[in-house]
Design a protein around this ligand. Sequence first.
Ligand code: FAD
Length: 519
Amino acid sequence: MDRKAGSETAGDAFSPVEKVIIVGGGTSGWMCAAAIARIVPPSVSVTLVESEDIGTIGVGEATIPTLMEFNDFLGLKEDDVLRQSQGTFKLGIDFVDWLRKGESYFHPFGSYGRDTPEFAFHQLWLRLKVLSAKGQAPPDAAGTISDYNLCTIAALDDRFSPPQGGSDAILATMRHAYHIDSRLYSQVLRRYAEQKGVRRIEGMVISVEQDTEDGRIRSVTLRDDHVLEGDLFIDCSGFKSLLIEGAMESDFIDWSQYLPCDRALAVPTAGTGSPPPFTQATADAAGWRWRIPLQHRTGNGHVYSSAFMDRDTAHRNLIEGVEGEPLADCLPLRFRTGHRRAFWKKNCIAIGLAGGFIEPLESTSIHLAQMGVQRLVNLWPGRGLNVSEIAHYNRLMTADYERTRDFIVLHYNATERDDTAFWRYVRNMAIPDTLAAKLDMFRFSGRIVPSPEDLFTAHSWLAVMLGQGIEPKNYDALVDRVPADALIRNMRLLKNAIAKTAATLPSHQSYIDRHCSAT
Ligand code: FAD
């Protein structure tokens, strides 16, 4: 039935939110607690219930640069957060064996060269390559696209600096994220939230009570019969999806046809030398292995598809690939790729793994939880719940997940590997139309036009498309306006200036020692 704008509906009838119950105390739960505590008036009570018997997932150590915005929002200082979470800096991801075995490429966070209002920088580079191919520029004039990215050169030479200088400075093109011990990071958030009045209850939720008329959640009951009543319930219960699936019956949109990995094994090892400022993702026979360097240890894992590899083989490949002594037994994990059709239903919102999961190849999960929290803050239901606001939230979150999915699918689909059944499957599988259109445009003109919802910048798409061997047939015709000799000269100057700047940066370890060492 149609309704008039602004008219009341059953969805608008709930009273303003005064009691918030968060179920789950993993990274997502504490992110929610901290952010909500930061914005709500003292009259709003926030309670987080978590169960030590169940524990948290225990992985989730690589992040993307947006986490910095979240920490800034809370007023947490970078050096303090890294010191307390034994963190290191991350300038990007080193992808090994993804296009072909024995080859690697780097996906950096910072930009390539400098875009102009008329065209993207890489269009100049594409043209220079064409000039070289025609003998109108020296054969090595263009170099590789990585020559124009400070983050890549610094990372692979084990150097680090945060961005510095005005927008013209080469150092201003640095962009970083973190590797963090997720358990320690949650504790940072917990301390912050508790100082702001969040109440933590240790207990296990065993039942959820709903209003018989409108279906909203009224309370959750703990194993010790403690009943927690609330106006708004945030489901951060991880893969259990206790409230959003169990009570609200929001169904799951499954993307395993695009992303067939559904298992992981994780193992920490002792660090071996100074930590590199990047994550490494090495393609394996039916998935990939990660290496995440922290100050006090290295996180390792193997994400694989159970349809193509058994657990013993996955375990063997992981252990054979790690450097350093294992510090614990391998932790086995199962997951499903996809998301809830409704992240927010009535007075229940699922954030983090409870809302959906896309495998960790580009370290996007904590970011997606962050988006869930940030959007909730932006649409805080201080005047009650409104169906249009809820629909808006669900639309935005769905778009976030879909765009992230496309970016991850790109890594698998654009491979030349055909050495195992897994790689033959992902190479030949049908891909989402949105991704197919992006690839078509890039192949035709080298253009990358990110959707407004895109989490990853055009520079990220460029890094992975080129890294995965996709070559544009043409470059943007407007670039021909730049005189060839000026192009050759300026590109050489830029390349040299970036290399020189990289060589002046401190080593990653010495930067940590000076700013955020945990010891
Ligand atoms: P969890 O950590 O599972 O927390 C769930 C909470 O709910 C726990 O506190 C638990 O005790 C509580 N709970 C559950 N049931 C009940 C109950 N009945 N009663 C009371 N409490 C309950 N993300 C990244 O951003 N980067 C990465 O590098 C990365 N790597 C990953 C690798 C793998 C293999 C996997 C599977 C995930 C990875 N992630 C990564 C995702 C990341 O781990 C999660 O996004 C993050 O840890 C947040 O998890 P969560 O808080 O949603 O769930």
